[in-house]
Design a protein around this ligand. Structure first.
Ligand code: PLP
Length: 427
């Protein structure tokens, strides 16, 4: 289906005039395959992004040439592995403009990063009467850990509401006036919603939290690989993200924490590598980051994550953000014309995803039919069950875009959705 909207036509032209994105596709081996006899259209990037050759090569090179355990080895391979691992830490620090590589803790991903704060920080700081504030649009990873922390400490968990029947109004910032009181000890919020495509004003949220003395935790899972991010400019206290959503490997993620906070936190996990001295009576902890990295770390994936940082910075994160947002706007425009569609999230500027529901076709049917057309989508509650319930939905279908997606692929998505609607008698 062709878009008849002026916005759609303008957007298509802008994308074609941007830097040469067709070269980008050549960097991703996995894209060059057929699925069900059709060229693959990968639109499940919010779940996980594909990996460029540079990242895959970094992994292979490490295992072929340098593989060894880090930190305590005095032989050549161990020193190379240590240099690679600590170099990766410095590279990630630079990627988010952290003041000090020691503020970068390698974890398994966003989920583990948030859990570390929810356990370590909350245990030491929360008590009955305190409030933990989060929002109604959080992924379960930035919601369940706070429920657990509140239960364990006796603190109360409160939510900033989302506005509108389709959450098109984003967060109710006016509600912050009453919610953000000095009783709030910690405010945890997502930068970009994985279900709505809302981009929150994280700088404002950090500023307002600081004004009442609350600690801030930003879930950057959906923003880290898609837009510039500067922790010092934001002034956030903690920030969490996953490597696999930013062209890096699975199994590696980051918890950024301000040094002065990290050094005061007790470790969540204990064991080798994080201790200064151990005797039969007890142990003392190294400073951050080692304090939070008990056991053998994920050296190979950290090194490949640094390669992903290089890759994204070479493309330019401003350009990536514009590209993703333009594709999302184009998709929004085309899908809007489909009969019976309900589109979630902002009607204007959004991140690189669209999430939608049809009255009579289940999201799982949409995803299964689209797969027949070689298109990878995601259907379900997207780990946003409370938000779905609030919006009166069991599930949505989500198409999410990244650097290698093209306007032609949006045309294929729209055509596939039309075929699905026709099959189910909706068009
Ligand atoms: N937060 C958001 C907004 C997400 O979209 C996701 C994953 O989809 C997560 C947290 C959890 O990330 P991970 O599963 O990599 O820990």
């Amino acid at each position: 289906m062709e878009s008849t909207g002026t916005i759609g036509r303008t957007i298509t032209r802008t994308i074609f005039n941007m830097s040469d994105w067709s070269n980008v596709r050549a960097d991703f081996p996995v894209l060059h395959q057929q699925v069900n006899g059709k060229p693959l259209v990968y639109l499940d990037n919010a779940a996980t992004a594909q990996k460029p050759r540079r990242v895959i090569d970094a992994l292979v090179r490490y295992y072929e040439q340098d593989n060894s355990n880090v930190h305590r080895g005095l032989h050549a391979l161990s020193m190379r592995a240590t240099d690679g691992y600590e170099g990766a830490r410095a590279r990630v620090a630079k990627f988010i403009n952290a003041a000090d590589p020691a503020e970068i803790i390698f974890t398994r991903g966003t989920t583990e990063s948030i859990n570390i704060v929810a356990r370590s920080w909350s245990q030491a700081h929360l008590k009955p009467g305190d409030v933990v504030l989060t929002t109604e649009m959080e992924h379960h990873s930035n919601l369940v850990p706070w429920q657990q922390a509140a239960k364990a400490s006796g603190a109360t968990l409160k939510y900033v509401p989302v506005l509108g029947d389709n959450a098109e109004g984003g967060l109710d910032l006016a509600a912050l006036d009453t919610l953000l009181t000095p009783a709030v000890k910690l405010f945890a919020f997502t930068h970009v919603s994985n279900t709505l495509g809302t981009v929150n004003s994280v700088d404002e949220l950090c500023r307002r939290a600081r004004a009442v003395g609350a600690i801030t935790v930003i879930d950057a899972a959906q923003s880290i690989g898609h837009m510039p991010l500067d922790v010092r400019a934001l002034g956030c206290d903690f920030l969490a993200f996953s490597g696999h959503k930013m062209c890096g490997p699975t199994g590696i993620g980051v918890l950024y924490g301000r040094r002065e906070l990290l050094d005061k936190l007790a470790p969540d996990e204990t064991g080798g590598g994080m201790v200064v001295q151990v005797n039969y009576e007890g142990a003392t902890w190294k400073p951050a980051p080692e304090r939070f990295e008990a056991g053998t770390p994920n050296v190979a994936d950290a090194i490949a994550l640094a390669a992903a940082c290089d890759y994204l910075d070479a493309l330019g994160r401003e350009k990536i953000a514009a590209h993703d947002a333009e594709l999302a706007a184009l998709a929004y425009e085309k899908l809007r014309a489909l009969p019976g569609i309900r589109l979630l999230g902002p009607t204007g500027a959004r991140s690189g995803l669209v999430s939608f529901a049809f009255a009579d076709v289940h999201a799982h049917d949409v995803v299964t039919f689209a797969d027949e057309d070689g298109i990878a989508l995601r259907g379900g509650h997207h780990c946003n069950q409370p938000l779905m319930r609030k919006l009166g939905l069991a599930s949505t279908t989500r198409a999410s875009f990244y650097v290698y997606n093209t306007p032609d692929e949006i045309d294929r998505l729209a055509a596939s959705l039309q075929r699905i609607l026709k099959f189910f008698g909706g068009a």
